[in-house]
Design a protein around this ligand. Structure first.
Ligand code: CO
Length: 434
């Protein structure tokens, strides 16, 4: 399989992007630093905005959602907006507010299941902690991003000698009793809580008693890898959906002086339904669009003209054909890995695609010289959803759901195609540069 050098570089850049982003807060920080390097400036939602033609800006809400945009050179009421959305969160294990407990001489950390991970894949991995911590200060508190690079935690499997049917029945964990993560051996005279707090306090250079609250997830410390006989695949955690964030961000960074205003919106909380102040179901994207319109002097009439002429691409990963499980797929709708972006269809509007928006995306791909595929889930299986229908409903604009095909969605180690990532960047660049 012939893979151009620039496409290989894009795939490696994706792996680096994910390795730098072990939590949604880190993912936003990674985006921020790339945007800042490229000349985008940060806007504060609490300040007045002044936006000029060609202006390159980004806004962060709640630390885990980010919208970046370039103000177009032509009137927004006639060009409309070009929007791409994706999500920063991934399913997994999140620490509880008071996670540490002593269990027969071992310190364990209690976790909550966030979204719908394949729990069995978290076993026997070199896990660690990443997220953010709030620390008491004389004036109140400060928020710190934190990540431990070394493996701190583990969910050891039960030996097959004690779980004889594991290969017949699958690996199952009781979420309450069997998922707590092992942190260390209990020490005489040291409370389990202190064993948990001290490394965080040491890392931040603060007192353990001053740690107030945290949002910390377990993450896999294994770095991303290329695999396959021609190294034509990528493997990493969080490909769903940091691969789409990376593709959209790469497309935006490659866009200069667009005629229409281009926005990329990466939201937290997709994996738990998007209904939050930072999620796609919240006001974030609508608020940013209103302020763009106000800054351009658009009245109510022109704002509606702008929305009517806009187009939204919801970019989220798709299910690639797995030859070992042919019965899991709808006939004639096999999306092959490394065969191009997938347009996702669902008549029940779990995806926002219509025949018209699908045709529009096909035309974009044709213009970009990118192959594309169509996917529908088996009728007797419930399919997932995306931010597509939510954003389309809130804004009332035409929308299409697309994504690169991948294997093992919601495993802690997912995989996808190197060529597909290059194709997706090219298709999204063609969208923004319309
Ligand atoms: Co997703």
């Amino acid at each position: 399989m012939n893979i151009p050098a620039d496409v290989r570089a894009q795939a490696q850049d994706l792996l680096d992007f994910i390795d730098a982003s072990p939590s949604p807060w880190h993912a936003v920080q990674t985006c921020e630093s790339r945007l800042t390097t490229a000349g985008f400036s940060r806007l504060d939602e609490g300040e007045r905005w002044t936006l000029a033609t060609g202006g390159r800006h980004f806004v962060v809400r709640g630390g885990s959602s980010i919208i970046a945009f370039i103000v177009g050179s032509q009137p927004a009421a006639t060009t409309g907006l070009r929007l791409i959305g994706a999500h920063t969160d991934s399913p997994g294990l999140r620490l509880k507010p008071k996670p540490a407990n002593d269990a027969g001489g071992m310190v364990r950390l209690g976790v909550e299941v966030y979204g719908g991970p394949i729990l069995a894949t978290f076993a026997d991995r070199d896990l660690s902690l990443a997220g953010r911590v709030n620390v008491r200060t004389p004036g109140g508190f400060t928020t710190h991003l934190i990540r431990f690079d070394e493996p701190l935690l583990r969910l050891p499997n039960l030996a097959i000698h004690m779980n004889r049917e594991v290969n017949e029945n699958g690996l199952k964990f009781n979420k309450q009793t069997e998922l707590p993560l092992l942190l260390g051996v209990s020490e005489d005279g040291t409370k389990a809580e202190a064993r948990f707090r001290q490394p965080i306090a040491d890392r931040l250079g603060v007192k353990a008693d001053d740690l107030l609250t945290w949002e910390l997830n377990a993450y896999d410390t294994q770095k991303g890898a290329l695999w396959g006989v021609d190294r034509e695949f990528v493997a990493n955690s969080q490909l769903d959906n940091l691969a789409s964030c990376h593709a959209a961000l790469s497309a935006l960074l490659a866009t200069s002086r667009p005629d229409a205003t281009c926005l990329c919106a990466f939201f937290d909380h997709e994996e738990v339904g998007s209904e939050s102040a930072t999620g796609a179901g919240g006001s974030f994207i609508g608020d940013v669009i209103s302020r763009l319109a106000a800054s351009a002097g658009l009245d109510g009439e022109d704002q509606r003209r702008m929305l009517a002429r806009s187009f939204f691409i919801s970019a989220d990963m798709a299910h690639g054909w797995h030859p070992n499980f042919p019965a899991a797929y709808e006939p004639c709708h096999h999306a092959l890995v490394n065969a191009g972006p997938v347009i996702k269809h669902n008549a029940n509007q779990r995806y926002s695609t219509s025949a018209e928006t699908a045709a529009r995306f096909m035309a974009i791909c044709a213009k970009a010289g990118v192959p594309c595929q169509q996917y529908a889930h088996r009728t007797d299986l419930g399919c997932g959803s995306t931010i597509g229908p939510i954003v389309a409903a809130r804004l009332g604009i035409p929308s299409v759901d697309v994504g690169s095909p991948m294997w093992a969605m919601h495993s802690i180690r997912e995989s996808a195609g190197v060529l597909d990532h290059g194709y997706m960047i090219a298709a999204l660049s063609a969208t923004l540069n319309g």
